[in-house]
Design a protein around this ligand. Structure first.
Ligand SMILES: [Zn+2]
Ligand SMILES: [Zn+2]
Length: 340
């Protein structure tokens, strides 16, 4: 019997999430959030050491880049090809964010792009309508509620490429290991650094729970805020927006309007001054030979999609044309004969 082509498979799995599944997801959401609520009284009572700030920052950086550069731009959209060590590293780093197994994340996100702000989008804030009450309800749905929905996006339909890929499917299957590492490694580092149990517990709290909650909130804000408020600088067939204030904590993901206008583009902040940390790290990976076929912004094509909101704005230097130009320039310099 031959397998059905992915395009005719159902988009939602026939088996919904079980009560246990939803309980586990709720714990992953609620426990870190409770830690954030407790953060101020804990800091007041016990203080917040610079060691814990360093450990939390390091884990935020690794897991946040794992989501933006790995789960999102590489695995979901194929914005660049990654050498196997980088591909594996990005898959593991993204899993440390505790946003679910890789294939679940990718399947949901590809469904989001397919239906973006229309019926079928798993987390549109416009789901309940456009009135004030409906939008407030939609915001909560896009931010958190959708994760507790019983329906599961079909991986066979939305990511057969990753199911067939040994690295991606292994990282996804071993998610529970990386979830444990994400919470226990900060505790281990904190314990060894201070050689004390209180040091381990404090690092678990700040660099484990609070760090996870902060990154969760930033990722969820891309789903909720970046489809509700902000600037629409490029034409897209949805309500996606660009938000500068979220650009640094989201590693550039909050230039979400451009992302929907050109989903496979490796840089989302394409206009001058739009900080995109993820794109910068991708460029370093490209220079090191770990990333290839990077889809840098095509200035000519994107200029045609610009709205009046972006009129007069100039593009960043990191576009395909300008990078090709600087490569050719460097090549010419390298092949120039030395002066006698
Ligand atoms: Zn979106
Ligand atoms: Zn996307």
């Amino acid at each position: 019997m031959t397998a059905a082509p992915p395009s005719i498979l159902p988009e939602i799995e026939p088996e919904p999430n079980t009560v246990i599944d939803r309980l586990v997801i709720s714990l992953f959401i609620i426990v870190p959030l409770l830690a954030v609520v407790a953060a101020v009284p804990v800091a007041w009572q016990f203080g917040l050491s610079w060691r814990n700030v360093v450990i939390a920052f390091a884990f935020y950086l690794v897991s946040g880049l794992g989501i933006s550069m790995g789960f999102h731009r590489h695995f979901t959209h194929g914005s660049f090809k990654a050498a196997r060590p980088l591909r594996l590293g990005l898959g593991i780093a993204g899993s440390l964010a505790l946003e679910g197994p890789l294939l679940v994340w990718v399947a949901d996100h590809r469904r989001h792009h397919k239906y973006s702000d229309r019926i079928g989008d798993p987390h549109s804030p416009w789901r309940f309508g456009t009135g004030a009450g409906a939008v407030a309800r939609g915001f909560l749905w896009a931010h958190i509620g959708w994760m507790l929905d019983r329906s599961r996006t079909s991986q066979r339909r939305f990511c057969p490429d990753l199911q067939a890929d040994s690295t991606a499917s292994w990282v996804s299957r071993t998610f529970s290991v990386w979830a444990a590492v994400s919470l226990l490694a900060p505790a281990l580092i904190g314990g060894l650094w201070t050689m004390s149990l209180p040091g381990a517990l404090a690092a678990f709290f700040w660099a484990g729970l609070v760090r996870v909650a902060l990154l969760h909130s930033v990722t969820w804000s891309v789903n909720s805020v970046c489809h509700l408020f902000g600037r629409r600088e490029f034409q897209s067939r949805d309500m996606s927006t660009n938000n500068a204030w979220l650009a640094i904590p989201s590693f550039g993901e909050s230039w979400h309007n451009l992302h929907h206008a050109d989903p496979t583009c490796a840089r989302h902040g394409v206009l001058r001054g739009q900080i995109d940390i993820c794109a910068r790290v991708t460029r370093w990976a490209e220079l090191l030979g770990l990333a290839s076929d990077v889809r840098w912004p095509d200035e000519q094509r994107l200029r045609q999609k610009m709205t009046t909101v972006a009129q007069g704005r100039r593009f960043t230097g990191m576009t395909s044309g300008r990078l090709a130009c600087s490569r050719a320039h460097a090549g010419r310099r390298a092949s120039k004969p030395l002066a006698p």
